[in-house]
Design a protein around this ligand. Sequence first.
Ligand SMILES: C[S@@+](CC[C@H](N)C(=O)[O-])C[C@H]1O[C@@H](n2cnc3c(N)ncnc32)[C@H](O)[C@@H]1O
Length: 241
Amino acid sequence: MTGRLWGIGVGPGDPELLTVKAHRLIEQAGTVAWFAARGRPSNARAAAARHIRPRQPELPLYYPVTTELPAGAEYEELLAGFYDEAAERIATVLDGGEDVAVLCEGDPFFYGSYMYLHNRLAGRYESEVVPGVTSLLAGAAVLGVPLVCRNETLSVLSGVLSRDELERHLVDVEAAVVMKLGRNLAKVRASVAAAGLLDRAWYVELATLPAQRVLPLAEADSSGAPYFSMVIIPSAEASTR
Ligand SMILES: C[S@@+](CC[C@H](N)C(=O)[O-])C[C@H]1O[C@@H](n2cnc3c(N)ncnc32)[C@H](O)[C@@H]1O
């Protein structure tokens, strides 16, 4: 009997936003795996820490890079090799008959690294994905402004895109969220301004965590932002109806 693979969404940071099912499977797992940048704590593990049993075996998976870069052959190859190796380390545990819970910030299938393990392992092992409260929705909740209504379209963009690509997408949006802000903040703000949306745009940092900050994007310090930050542009209609 091989073990089961569980991709567990742990929510945006507030430990109370982890689902009952996530809590049950984390406690039940033979091994708990999580991603982190080397030398930094794992955000997913921090959100789930209170559910990890004392002495429960853990499997840290340290990224080979500390910031996400625009797509390029060398970068893609480096990451593919890392995910291949991480998948095989998990496969070894599953082959030993133990269930593995992989912790994921927010939701596993929404820009989550778990998906790369899932693509490599779900065909070989019984697997289940436990959805989590995604940061996008946590961000809108802490902003306290409705995001999108009726027949409107919500656009989700990555801040890693070039300034031109961002602006091209933003000119037509009804409501938008720009993820992966961090060192892309100044570029994203310039694109939002060029698309004529700066007066509707909000900067949300560390949503649901004690150090959470929410301010108009125009007032955000453009020298940089933490990894856990995003821009939210709520629909003009949803916020006034
Ligand atoms: C690789 S994506 C992972 C998204 C995650 N799977 C989810 O469902 O939210 C990481 C990005 O999510 C956003 N993010 C995650 N947690 C956040 C939080 N608590 N506050 C603000 N942004 C957050 C940031 O834009 C960050 O760069």
